[in-house]
Each structure stands twice: as structure tokens, then as C-alpha cells.
Design a protein around this ligand. Structure first.
Ligand code: CA
Length: 224
């Protein structure tokens, strides 16, 4: 797995690069927000929020617009505000400084399992799943509607794939948060609503995901 590390603190950067390389990861280092946005070919991003040239949150937002790969934010600020905002910016996880190297590797592997290596785990169907005109391929993490590919972020894919595990069944917001986000990400359930809104928009039909008032959401082909 190729990891893009965005960190301006040379001593932290060097120890993370050395440590992750020893763990078998390929690491590219960007020491500014601008360099991060110029980087190509990576499977995951570790993003320091305190960068010299740009606000890390803007870097996160812009990275998310151009890639669906998982983003783990490295933050010295542990306040609830940042966690919630991080989710809204499209980050997949965060780790608070100072962190232990073991903690960092565990977080990388956990996010990697949930996103990059998600297929094959558990009882998810192995082949692509057809739901009306919607095709969900968990192996390649691709989604298409009537043969046209839809670009979802990592979290949007996970959420859609989770709803698709039981077509027509209602999943509560808490169930969705527990399955798609880590327990320590627990924030306002409106995070789920924001992701649902984005998926609906990308699928081109609001009716794909029905909100069941006071309960949660269900996935069903529109017009059934
Ligand atoms: Ca920094």
C-alpha cells in the first residue's frame, strides 16, 4: 500500500516514514499542502492539519474532491468540533497527536481493512450485486447505474454497500454509524444524513435511499 504522508514537522515525518517503511508500506512525503495536492498515485493519506502554507482542512476538502482514497487526519486538536468537521470534510478517521507508532499502524490497518480490503471479509456477497439498475461491486469498490460508473468516496461506498446488504430493510442511524464509522468517530447522526444526501445526488435519484422517519434509512430501487 502506498501512503502519502503530509507533515511539515521534519522529525515527526522522518520517524513515521522510517517506521512505516519498516512495516512494509511505501511512503511518499509531502511537507506542505500544495505538495500534497500535487501528489499522485497513493492508496491512503495521512494528513497533518497544521501545515505552513494551507489550512489542513482545506487540503482535506480538496483531496476529497479529487480522490476517494481513505484520509486519516493527524491532529493536535482533539475537540469535538474537529472530529465532526473532519467527517464533514470527508476524512475517514483521525488520530490525535502525540500518538504512538503502534497506534498509527493499527489505525492504518483498520481503515485499510474497512476500505481498500473490504471485500472478502464477513458474509458480504463476493460477486457484484445488482439492485435494479444499480450495480455494486465490492471487490473493485465500483458502483454503476445503468452501466454508467458513479464516483463515490470511500465512506459513501461503505454506506451504500452496508444498506445493500439487506435491500428494503430499515437500518437505524446508529447501526450505520457503528458499521461504517469507527466507534470513536461517534458524532452527530446528521453525518449519516449528509452522506445519504450526497449518495442520492450521485445516483441521480432521491428515491434510491428512503428515509424512514424517526428510524433510519433503507435502500430500494426507485419506482418499486
Ligand atoms: Ca504541522
Amino acid at each position: 500500500m502506498k501512503i502519502l504522508l503530509v507533515e511539515d514537522d521534519r522529525s515527526i515525518a522522518q520517524s513515521v516514514v522510517d517506521g512505516l517503511s519498516a512495516e512494509g508500506f511505501t511512503v511518499a512525503l509531502a511537507t506542505s499542502g500544495r505538495a500534497a495536492l500535487d501528489a499522485t498515485d497513493f492508496d491512503m493519506v495521512l494528513l497533518d492539519l497544521g501545515l505552513p502554507d494551507m489550512d489542513g482542512r482545506d487540503v482535506c476538502r480538496q483531496l476529497r474532491q479529487r480522490t476517494g482514497v481513505p484520509i486519516i487526519m493527524l491532529t493536535a486538536r482533539a475537540e469535538e468540533f474537529d472530529r465532526v468537521l473532519g467527517l464533514e470534510l470527508g476524512a475517514d478517521d483521525y488520530i490525535t497527536k502525540p500518538f504512538s507508532f503502534r497506534e498509527l499502524v493499527a489505525r492504518i490497518r483498520a481503515v485499510g481493512r474497512r476500505t481498500v480490503d473490504a471485500p472478502g471479509g464477513g458474509d458480504e456477497p463476493a460477486g457484484p450485486q445488482q439492485v435494479g439498475p444499480l450495480l455494486i461491486d465490492r471487490r473493485t469498490r465500483r458502483v454503476s447505474v445503468d452501466g454508467t460508473e458513479v464516483q463515490l468516496t470511500a465512506k459513501e461506498f461503505d454506506l451504500l454497500a452496508f444498506l445493500a446488504t439487506d435491500i428494503g430493510a430499515v437500518h437505524t442511524r446508529t447501526e450505520i454509524l457503528e458499521s461504517v464509522w469507527d466507534a470513536h468517530w461517534y458524532g452527530p447522526t446528521k453525518t449519516v444524513d449528509a452522506h445519504v444526501a450526497s449518495i442520492r445526488k450521485k445516483l441521480g435519484q432521491h428515491k434510491w435511499i428512503e428515509a424512514v422517519r424517526g428510524v433510519g434509512f433503507r435502500l430500494e430501487p426507485p419506482g418499486r
